[in-house]
Design a protein around this ligand. Structure first.
Ligand SMILES: [Fe+2]
Ligand SMILES: [Fe+2]
Length: 209
């Protein structure tokens, strides 16, 4: 029989914790971070910490790249919508959009794997008071994985136009691009909230390890 946790487990699906419902960490989670944040300084001071170079700096660089790609994706969908009746431009935009999407999906899964299997277990051992925070980030990763799967499915369902003058194919591509745009907007919003909170939780912890 497994032992009961020594901390109070969070209700991830509640309005204050779920990544699609929260706009910040709950007061309780925030207050548990204060002592770590005091040691590491505020976000603008992290870069001056003597332990910033290395893992913390690299982690923030990875996040910046993920945020940049996620923010770019909806705009790429919108750009494709504008050139659907122009075969050469459409092909160019579709190629760029697909490359960006597949890079983002691959990069995000790789990054989450490192966090799930290395950093989060390390933090839970070093700072037991971060257990509820890591539980929240685990929940975020589950939601992000589902959404990245939806993004992959949306990409796979984009039709290949075989005849340039086929209006039916163009119409289907238009519908599928709009669906892709909707998922891409969701991915962008989820990454923004998750990464912002993850950095507030993990970077001070990493700087103190
Ligand atoms: Fe994460
Ligand atoms: Fe991350």
């Amino acid at each position: 029989m497994s032992e009961s946790p020594e901390y109070e487990s969070i209700d991830y699906d509640s309005g204050i914790h779920h990544v699609e419902k929260r706009s910040a960490l709950s007061d309780e989670l925030q207050s548990a971070l204060i002592s770590l944040q005091k040691e590491s300084g505020t976000r603008t001071q992290w870069q001056h910490h003597h332990r910033f170079a290395g893992e913390a700096e690299f982690w923030l660089q990875v996040h910046k790249a993920l945020l940049g790609a996620a923010a770019e994706l909806p705009g790429r969908c919108a750009a494709l919508m504008l050139v659907l009746d122009n075969p050469s431009e459409r092909k160019k935009q579709l190629t760029q959009l697909s490359q960006l999407g597949s890079q983002l999906i691959h990069h995000a899964h790789t990054h989450h794997h490192v966090e799930d299997h290395h950093f989060f277990p390390v933090f839970k051992r070093a700072y037991p008071k971060l257990n509820p925070h890591i539980e929240l980030l685990d929940g975020d990763h589950r939601v992000l994985t589902e959404t990245l799967d939806q993004l992959e499915t949306a990409f796979k369902s984009m039709p290949v136009i075989k005849r340039e003058d086929n209006k039916k194919d163009q119409s289907l591509l238009s519908i599928k691009t709009e669906q892709l745009y909707t998922v891409a907007k969701r991915v962008d919003a989820l990454f923004s909230q998750h990464i912002s909170d993850e950095e507030e939780i993990c970077i001070p912890a990493l700087l103190q390890l």
